[in-house]
Design a protein around this ligand. Sequence first.
Ligand code: GAP
Length: 440
Amino acid sequence: MSDGPSPKPELFDQVVNLCKRRGFVFQSAEIYGGFRSTYDYGPVGVLMLRNVKEAWWRTMVQRRHDVVGLDASILGPPQIWEASGHLQNFTDPLVDCKECGQRFREDTLDDPGTCPNCESKDSFTEARNFNLMFKTQAGPVAGSGADAYLRPETAQGMFVNYANVQTSTRKKPPFGIAQIGKSFRNEITPGNFVFRTREFEQMEMEYFVPPDEADKWYKYWCNERLNWYIDLGISPDLLRLRPHEDDELSHYSTSTSDVEFLFPWGWGELEGIANRGDYDLKQHAQHSGKALDFYDQANEIRYVPYVIEPAAGATRTMMAFLMAAYDTDTVNDEERTVLRLHPSIAPFTVAVLPLSKKPQLMEPAKRLFSELAEHFNTDFDETQAIGRRYRRQDEIGTPYCVTFDFDSLDDDAVTIRDRDSMEQIRIPLTGVVQWLRDNL
Ligand code: GAP
């Protein structure tokens, strides 16, 4: 038995309610009754999601001389998905209950003889393979020539651009191509809030390496990726790296490990790190007739690079950060909810709170807001009593609040309050930007 932490089932509703109440995530098309499995990111959620993606981009692209970025199209022709194997293999086994008409993924049923919806026995149809890709038509003419697919992963855009990127940047393996963007899967059983949705965002990197270095780089990326979550504040107890069993491996992979997080319902995948071998480049070379290899001049050998792929979900990862950061404590006999988010992913870095709405405070407070907003995501809140405004900022994870009060007019100083310790200090108005830089 592991003596690590146990899942906290109550955390699920707590975080979902907070997301709606404070404007992180809304059900999509809510005024029309909602559109299942799609979500809209609200004013605070969009800031946090951008911060998560920027943190990933900084680590995976900006700080590395061996990785470049790409933004490939979402729509793609059938040839890409034929070559990648998705038309053939990207399927889940689907069964229908003949009594109630509900559909299920056969491999996720607890009891394959009983319908979980109406409890009928032996009421399922034979399983059939259901392809998870969304198919559409490109252009005004219907017909097979106009078929197109919404990408189910961002990865293929990087494989089909391998030669474009390699020749335009003159990179030599080992080097990577990274991309962040939306992917679409017609999941049979979406659920658990934004954990599994039909439209979601991925952050993927394809790292092209000499074949004999693949194992070394696979281990390297497993480590790097696990540490990324820890560096951004998730406790190591809530994370684990789980190697796949042979029968779990995707059709393209020789080894895969998942970074898993302890969600309220148990361990779940945040990211997969896969050794994809030379499968993708060889498939696209064969189907397109274009060479997708590398000539190593120093050693006078030509080879098809192997690919190590760290593939993460941005939306799912944001949810994990929210769950890991959710906390409550007691302040003046009242319960306080606080998101202990790492400052670099918190929606706002700082909030400016004028103590009163009187113009003599509002005007200089707005000037301070404008100064800070040049450097940080900054909120400005003049509504309600100061204590309630602090609670609101705690609930959305703002690390620092700056209060402009009547004394500020005389001493040109402001109060900075720390989200976690709730300690307050007074510092000169002109030093706020530098103080924040030093303390973040
Ligand atoms: N290119 C490999 C690939 O796409 P994947 O494990 O299917 O691998 C990578 O997806 C990550 O994308 C997952 O670890 C997860 O974080 C995210 N993801 C996949 N399907 C998702 C869904 N339906 N909803 C939300 N996130 C999803």
